[in-house]
Design a protein around this ligand. Structure first.
Ligand code: NAP
Length: 267
């Protein structure tokens, strides 16, 4: 796998996150090519990772084993219309664009025969703590190629039905923002109780990190961890009682349902 030639179309935030993960996992930078319209962005990527770069998408995919489409959903149609005819049958095309279905991508490329794997990553991939969910109907080799790339920047999971990606987008794709909002609200609450802004932010943020690590590393589920820190009649219980009275779990469910609906509309 480490010798696979991977071409990223688009050298933005997500591409850099995935490239950084691959290099840290030992992938040879000589086998990674990144294209972008912005030459200064490409120069920065060369300086940071030693990758090859190009401003010519068609030239960059010529010998690629895997093409990662890492441009915004609004431009992915134009990119595929341009390179579609030059995508080899043996190449795996990985799309991380939110909302663009396999069928839409094939139509944009005017190719029904190319192998596409759709992925919904999330931004913690930038720290190697991403959650990427993949879908594909293609051969196992194509799935393995995509899995290899995404596993280098965090956890992976697969769905068997492409439609499930709407729920995935709503939960893990948009999910980091929900935790950021909670951290903001906790910080504001701390300030309202008289703590300085800096201290309130530090307490909220470090608590989020600690709770996240406990969820990931303790081997216990969220409900068990919550029960373990909630003494009957104590301070945590007083806070949680208020959250239940204000129907926080119902609000979260409605919010994630709204995000899934929006994902369906956008696609
Ligand atoms: N960020 C997230 O949380 C997240 C999560 C899940 C999925 N995604 C998906 O990941 C994809 C990339 O997101 P991002 O945040 O990395 O976006 P981004 O930072 O805007 O990166 C996209 C890059 O592609 C470049 N580009 C535009 N047209 C191009 C072309 N024709 N050929 C080559 N490069 C081109 C852009 O250049 P210019 O800036 O000059 O246009 C930009 O540098 C999106 O489809 C998004 O839906 C993102």
């Amino acid at each position: 796998m480490k010798t696979k030639r991977i071409t990223f179309i688009g050298g933005g935030n997500m591409a850099e996150a995935l490239v950084s993960g691959l290099i840290q996992a030992g992938h040879d930078a000589a086998n990674i090519t990144i294209t972008d319209a912005d030459a200064s962005k490409l120069a920065a990527l060369v300086a940071s990772y030693g990758v090859t770069t190009s401003q010519d998408n068609n030239a960059a995919i010529t010998h690629a084993d895997v093409i990662v489409l890492a441009v915004k959903p609004q431009v992915i149609g134009n990119v595929l219309a341009d390179i579609g005819a030059n995508i080899s049958l043996s190449t795996t095309v990985v799309s991380i664009a939110a909302g663009a279905s396999v069928q839409t991508l094939k139509e944009a490329a005017k190719r029904d025969d190319i192998a596409i794997v759709r992925v919904m990553p999330n931004t913690p991939a930038m720290l190697g703590a991403g959650m990427s969910v993949l879908f594909s109907d293609e051969r196992q080799t194509h799935k393995d190629n995509a899995e290899y790339i995404l596993a280098a920047s965090g956890e992976t999971a697969w769905v068997a039905d492409e439609k499930e990606l709407h729920a995935v987008t709503a939960l893990s794709g948009s999910g980091p923002a929900y935790f950021f909002l909670l951290a903001e609200a906790m910080q504001a609450a701390g300030e309202s109780l008289g703590l300085s802004k800096d201290l309130a932010a530090k307490l909220a943020n470090q608590t989020a990190l600690g709770a996240g690590r406990m969820l990931a590393e303790s081997g216990r589920d969220a409900e068990t961890l919550r029960r373990q820190v909630t003494s009957p009649g104590g301070t945590t219980q007083a806070a949680l009682d208020t959250m239940y009275e204000e129907e926080l779990p119902i609000t979260v469910r409605k919010a994630i349902q709204a995000a899934a609906k929006r994902s369906r509309e956008l696609s």
